[in-house]
Design a protein around this ligand. Structure first.
Ligand code: ADP
Ligand code: MG
Length: 271
């Protein structure tokens, strides 16, 4: 289980990137985190493998407080695929990149080759096995970053914007893989802008805005409401922002209230 309890975090001297975030994700769930650029999504997921530690509040992963363990220990359980693969990839060749964590975790040699072959096949990287990761395209690097985490089989899989640079066939392939992993009992958490991907595959959505968690619930419900917010932000980004603020004034977040506020403003704008 993943639990954030009233987590607040700021990067040096700026306004909080996470502000009083409370969130619980049970074992075996499949959850999407969505929200505008700068909403705090990446900051949130970096708390889940201990890369960042809360300034106040607590993060518990499988019952362990992230402040009382190391990134290395957490990494075995929590596979985090970075938003930017360049922050993750470092090996000389694609093959070595894939094998690195496996060898590091002490997996026997044959098992390592088996896993590497699986990843090369699954992520369509076979022809690049001896190539430097840095000579791959952005989309290929992204798939390699995904592959290198998924092949060591973490219990909790967290992917930060995994569909960037992927065509629709590759997205579909990734989605079925994630679905399969989830059906095998893994917890899958995915940060994405890709609403289509979310609505097709993911049962629960968490919405962030301005460092706060502003909605959390079944995908259908959340997205219907968000559509209204998006329409509002097409008219004016400020308007959407005001609307979020409006909704956030009430301590328990009531998205209906936000949507009603926006509708009122839209009506006002149109006459
Ligand atoms: N390394 C950093 N140093 C300073 N500010 C940062 C850093 N990373 C992110 N931020 C800021 O924190 C906020 C949240 O960023 P981030 O978590 O990356 O959002 P998202 O992933 O939702 O786009 C933004 O205002 C961003 O500019
Ligand atoms: Mg991000």
């Amino acid at each position: 289980m993943i639990r954030l309890e009233d987590v607040t975090f700021s990067y040096a001297s700026s306004k909080p990137a996470l502000s009083h975030v409370t969130l619980e994700i049970s074992d075996g769930e499949f959850v999407a985190i969505i929200g505008e650029n700068g909403a705090g999504k990446t900051t949130l997921v970096k708390h889940l493998n201990g890369l960042l530690k809360p300034e106040s509040g607590r993060v518990l992963v499988c019952g362990v407080d992230s402040r009382e363990t190391t990134v290395a220990t957490l990494a075995r359980k929590v596979g985090l695929v970075f938003q930017n693969p360049d922050h993750q990839l470092f090996a000389e060749t694609v093959e070595k990149e894939l094998a690195f964590a496996l060898v590091n975790f002490g997996m026997p040699k044959e098992k390592v080759s088996e896993k590497v072959e699986w990843a090369l096949e699954e992520f369509e990287l076979k022809q690049y096995r001896s190539r430097s990761p840095f000579l791959l395209s952005g989309g290929e690097r992204k798939r390699l970053a995904l592959a290198s985490v998924l092949c060591y089989d973490p219990e909790i899989v967290i992917l930060d914007e995994p569909t960037t640079g992927q065509d629709s066939r590759q997205k579909h392939r990734l989605a079925s893989l994630l679905k399969r992993l989830n059906e095998q009992g893994k917890t899958v958490l995915i940060v994405t802008h890709d609403i289509e991907f979310v609505s097709d595959y993911i049962p629960r959505v968490v919405v962030m805005s301005g460092g706060k968690l502003v909605a959390d619930g079944p995908t259908g419900e959340c997205l219907t409401r968000l559509e209204l917010l998006e329409r509002a932000s097409l008219i004016s980004p400020q308007l959407a922002e005001i609307s979020w603020d409006l909704g956030l004034k009430s301590p328990s977040i009531d998205l209906d209230f936000v949507v009603a506020g926006i509708n009122e403003m839209i009506r006002g704008l149109h006459g």
